[in-house]
Ligand binder design. Structure first.
Ligand SMILES: *Cc1c(COP(=O)(O)O)cnc(C)c1O
Length: 431
């Protein structure tokens, strides 16, 4: 037996007929017996993806308008990502961080170039302390943990974050998360965090003083319901933090890597933060995150201050290089703007009574409903062959692959009226 045949035989779903005897119901039952119940029952069991489509264990096809939660930047099974990851894995899959690998270094340099690290652009300036440095992680929450530790290393005790903000589920990132329902069950958490209303410049100004190590902000609150910062808010935050000698940490884990139509969502405001965290879209589905420190924030973590076994793994770094390359080569930033605007206009043009508006930027969109029926809309959309997300009881989130084209967007726009009609605006019956 070849290794390929052996792999197909051992991993369910890889072989031609490995799933033939099973289906969504059977796999879902097994899931319920074997997995911790942190996510509730899965909507479907998915077996295969190609471009913007995925297939479930019953053979049904879906247009994926969630993209693995803003992760599958290049869609599913993108040939460049597959080739890059496969080639790197076959060359050098993992080394400890006692050693370096070329993909990791190249990806760090690429990220610094994209974020516009001050003083970059000339080879001779590379590697000097004041420009920028990257710490690689495997996830978003870990990127924020690194940022939190950078904040602690300023010697100042306090951190300011925002109500409705989301920064991750590990204890440090959770302490920064402005959603009491997910934070409070795990208290006590790292101390010194206060929360201010998102978008309120005056409140931020009042909260930040000489004891504030850092302010953590999302350019668009993603998990909070796709809530963009009001125009000028990030610039004001930059001014306030600069004046107080406080680090401005932008959590671009959901908004970065092209999602909002620029490499980073904050670029539109023309500011330079001290720390940027990214993850979700960076690996196109391969787990990788990064904490990017600029200026003095680049040097606050020294030898022994932090670590990771997997972070910056050569395969993950190669995936990141492939994603960034494809976004640039295929003009995906432009595509995000065009298709995002098309989707937004198309949803509004329906004039459906259940749609109150559309929030968001680029291909991170929140369809605001006139009634708290997002769960039902999600169910109806799934039934019609579309994967969306109910980010809030009254908001449907779309975060499709950056390669989504207008024809695919039109498939959704054509189906949406019937999906919304099926739900209706009448008060929900008690269940
Ligand atoms: C998803 C997300 C995180 C957490 O990322 P994980 O990879 O799930 O740990 C943090 N911040 C923001 C803004 C996110 O959207």
């Amino acid at each position: 037996m070849t290794y390929q045949a052996e792999a197909s035989a051992l991993v369910p779903g890889l072989g031609e007929d490995a799933l033939a005897a099973s289906n969504n119901a059977a796999w879902t039952a097994r899931y319920g017996q074997a997995l911790m119940n942190t996510f509730g029952s899965p909507q479907r069991v998915l077996v295969r993806g190609e471009g913007c489509y995925v297939w479930d264990a019953d053979g049904r096809r879906y247009l994926d308008l969630l993209g693995g939660l803003a992760v599958n930047s290049l869609g599913h099974a993108h040939p460049l990502l597959v080739s890059t990851v496969t080639a790197q894995l076959a060359t050098l899959g993992h080394v400890s961080n006692f050693f370096a690998s070329a993909p990791q270094i190249a990806l760090a340099e690429r990220l610094l170039d994209l974020v516009g690290a001050p003083g970059r652009g000339t080879l001779s300036s590379r590697g000097r302390g004041s420009n920028g440095r990257v710490f690689f992680t495997n996830s978003g929450t870990e990127a924020n943990e690194a940022a939190f530790k950078i904040a602690r290393r300023t010697g100042r005790p306090n951190v300011v974050a925002t109500e409705g903000g989301f920064h991750g589920r590990t204890m440090g990132a959770l302490a920064l998360t402005g959603k009491p329902a997910i934070r409070q069950p795990f208290e006590p958490l790292p101390a010194g965090v206060t929360f201010v209303p998102y978008g309120d410049v005056e409140a931020l100004e009042k909260a930040v003083d000489g004891d504030t190590a850092a302010v953590f902000l999302e350019p668009v609150q993603g998990e909070g319901g796709v809530v963009p910062a009001p125009a000028g808010y990030l610039a004001a935050a930059r001014e306030i933090t600069e004046r107080a000698g406080t680090l401005l940490v932008l959590d671009e884990i959901q908004t970065g890597i092209g999602r909002c139509g620029d490499w980073f969502a904050h670029t539109a405001e023309g500011i330079v933060p001290d720390v940027v965290t990214v993850a979700k879209g960076l690996g196109g589905g391969f787990p990788i995150g990064a904490c990017i420190g600029l200026g003095r924030a680049a040097d606050l973590l020294g030898p022994g201050a932090h670590g990771t076994t997997f972070g910056g793994n050569p395969v993950a770094a190669a995936a990141g290089l492939a994603v960034l390359h494809a976004i640039e080569r295929d003009g995906l930033l432009e595509n995000v703007r065009t298709v995002g605007a098309h989707l937004r206009a198309g949803v509004l043009a329906l004039g459906h009574p259940l749609v109150r508006g559309v929030r968001g930027r680029g291909l991170l969109l929140g369809i605001e409903l006139a009634a708290p029926r997002a769960a039902e809309v999600l169910g109806a959309a799934l039934g019609a062959g579309f994967i969306v997300n109910a980010v809030r009881p009254d908001t449907i989130r779309l975060a499709p692959p950056l390669i989504l084209d207008t024809a695919q967007a039109d498939e959704f726009l054509a189906a949406l009226p019937a999906v919304l009609d099926a739900v209706g605006t009448a008060p929900k019956e008690t269940r």
